[in-house]
Design a binder for this molecule. Structure first.
Ligand SMILES: Cc1cc2nc3c(=O)[nH]c(=O)nc-3n(C[C@H](O)[C@H](O)[C@H](O)COP(=O)(O)OP(=O)(O)OC[C@H]3O[C@@H](n4cnc5c(N)ncnc54)[C@H](O)[C@@H]3O)c2cc1C
Ligand SMILES: NC(=O)c1ccc[n+]([C@@H]2O[C@H](COP(=O)([O-])OP(=O)(O)OC[C@H]3O[C@@H](n4cnc5c(N)ncnc54)[C@H](O)[C@@H]3O)[C@@H](O)[C@H]2O)c1
Length: 479
């Protein structure tokens, strides 16, 4: 067994592990990364990138069809083979040479294999050939092992070998009939994508569609899915599942009704990749999400940094926010705080300090790439009320903004601003409409910077852009 020592050892080379490594070496420390599959992680090969590639062609087609003149130029349907080829390219054909060579360029050795914490600051890597290497960290070990799809204990489900987000994102063909268990982000996006690619889709949304978003978001998505021929069954719950001899799948609902499909996607959330990373040896529970403090150090049962604070967890694995951009934000904080602690420089761990991920609490942006797109940041009205804030909710029909009718015929959309009445700042913002994704960052800045409403009157949206909705919302508020 070889032994090597670095300042920092990172387990997992997803977007988060990569960014921790980058910050650590920028700060002048050495780092090594352990990866058991592909450098780039879930996001690059089975999540963000391939799923958005599956959605983009359909969105472009829809956009062209909504504008007279362009509409007449569209004479056919999606070329499914071309969409899948483009998706393959965006997943780098499931090869990680590009990202592995980036690690090499920034001077971070890659240890391919499965990483397990063996003792304080020591990670053992088991390669595909069974060989083991021991890596010792002088300062810190960072767990960035991400998450995997959660498959619930529904009788027959596991034996039926359903698709998870992985198989769906990497699908090499489009099933004639696709059933989906779940009504969250993956279910909504993949129902949109596969309906566009020609599948007959049934969504079994036990708890509703995008039920944690503002209610109008889910309503607009359900309406548009139904317009595409998707059967959205709100409240429907799978009771048992069977893979038939002919390869089809039968789902028996708790009501006794049967839904038949050629493929079944299970999209009901995630489980942390911590079952086999050596947590039992350091007093933590295998398979559990890792609890962290403000500077993302793993804490013990008493909430104190574990064993003096050499272990950090960033990204999906700490369950704070299961989004790539937020995980990378944590990675920057983690990388920088490890450097600060190693060098004995000041740790800026106050609210909005450089070494904490304060935005995780109440200023998380997310775009759901459905039709319409749902772009949101901060708190929904319901979440703000649950948090005890005294709020005012301001709504505006996005189609009533001059630019939206120019953007697309039959533009449908809605905007909501949630104002904290006591502090006179925006705490939540949701846009639902075609192509609203790129409008979101203005709202994120307003929330993070806590820009007073009075001052928001002064950033003037260019005419004619859909951003004029900001003026309309402020007018509706009383400006
Ligand atoms: C279908 C889908 C679509 C999504 N779309 C978006 C989107 O559009 N935008 C967005 O912001 N987020 C999206 N997400 C969420 C996003 O994919 C995750 O938040 C992100 O990948 C988390 O990054 P991570 O680095 O924490 O973990 P991961 O990307 O999961 O990477 C973890 C890495 O660790 C490795 N690993 C695990 N255990 C070990 C071990 N013991 N030893 C060595 N290596 C190990 C894994 O192989 C993997 O490479 C999507 C998720 C899904 C499922
Ligand atoms: N565009 C994006 O930002 C994007 C896209 C895809 C995924 N993601 C991230 O990936 C993560 C996983 O997505 P997801 O859609 O799997 O999870 P999710 O948490 O978004 O949705 C899960 C859904 O399944 C339902 N559910 C839970 N248990 C169930 C059960 N036993 N039976 C039926 N329904 C059940 C929940 O009520 C919820 O509606 C999310 O946290 C999301 O942030 C992000």
């Amino acid at each position: 067994m070889g032994t090597t020592t670095y300042d920092v050892v990172i387990i997992g080379a997803g977007p988060v592990g990569e960014n921790v490594a980058d910050r650590v070496v920028r700060g002048g420390l050495t780092a090594a990364v352990v990866e058991r599959e592909l450098v780039g992680g879930e996001c690059s090969y089975w999540a963000c990138m391939p799923t958005k590639a599956l959605l983009r062609s359909g969105a472009a087609l829809r956009a062209a069809r909504q504008v007279p003149g362009a509409r007449e130029a569209v004479t056919g349907e999606l070329d499914v083979a071309a969409v899948l080829r483009r998706r393959d390219a965006f997943a780098s054909n499931w090869q990680d040479d590009g990202q592995a060579s980036w690690l090499e360029q920034i001077g971070v050795p890659l240890h391919r294999g499965h990483g397990r914490i063996r003792s304080a600051r020591v990670v053992e890597v088991t390669g595909a050939d069974g060989s083991t290497t021991s890596l010792t960290a002088r300062h810190a070990v960072v767990v960035a092992t991400g998450s995997g799809a959660l498959v619930p204990d529904i009788p027959g489900l596991r034996d039926a070998k359903p698709w998870t987000s992985r198989e769906t994102a990497a699908a090499s063909s489009v099933p004639g009939r696709l059933a989906v268990i779940g009504g969250g982000v993956v279910a909504s996006e993949m129902a949109t994508a596969f309906a566009g690619l020609g599948s007959s889709v049934t969504v079994l949304a036990r708890d509703g569609v995008l039920h944690l978003a503002e209610p109008f978001a889910g309503e607009l998505v359900v309406e548009s899915l139904r317009d595409k021929g998707v059967s959205v069954r709100v409240g429907a719950e799978a009771g048992s599942v069977k893979r038939n001899d002919d390869g089809t799948v039968s789902i028996t609902l708790t009501t006794g009704e049967q839904v038949d499909a050629d493929e079944l996607l299970v999209a009901i959330g995630r489980t942390p990749n911590t079952a086999d990373i050596g947590l039992d040896g350091i007093g933590l529970k295998p398979g559990a999400w890792l609890e962290v403090d403000d500077t993302l150090r793993v804490v013990d049962g008493g909430g104190e940094p574990l064993d003096g604070g050499w272990l950090y967890a960033a990204g999906d694995v700490n369950r704070r926010v299961l989004l790539t951009h937020q995980g990378k934000y944590q990675a920057r904080a983690v990388g920088d705080v490890i450097v600060a602690r190693a060098k004995g420089t000041a740790v800026e761990d106050g609210r909005w300090g450089r070494h904490v991920a304060t935005a995780d609490e109440r200023a998380v942006p997310q775009v759901v790439f459905t039709e319409p797109e749902i772009a949101s940041v901060g708190l929904t009205a319901a979440a703000a009320e649950a948090a005890g804030l005294r709020i005012r909710v301001v709504d505006h029909d996005l189609a009533a903004v001059a630019a939206s009718s120019l953007h697309a015929e039959g533009y449908r959309g809605h905007a909501r601003m949630v104002v904290d009445e006591d502090r006179q700042v925006v705490v939540g913002f949701t846009l639902a409409g075609p192509d609203v994704a790129e409008l979101l960052h203005a709202a994120t800045i307003a929330i993070v910077a806590e820009v007073p409403l009075d001052r928001l009157w002064h950033p003037v949206p260019a005419f004619p852009t859909v951003s004029e909705v900001w003026l309309r919302l402020l007018e509706a508020y009383g400006r």
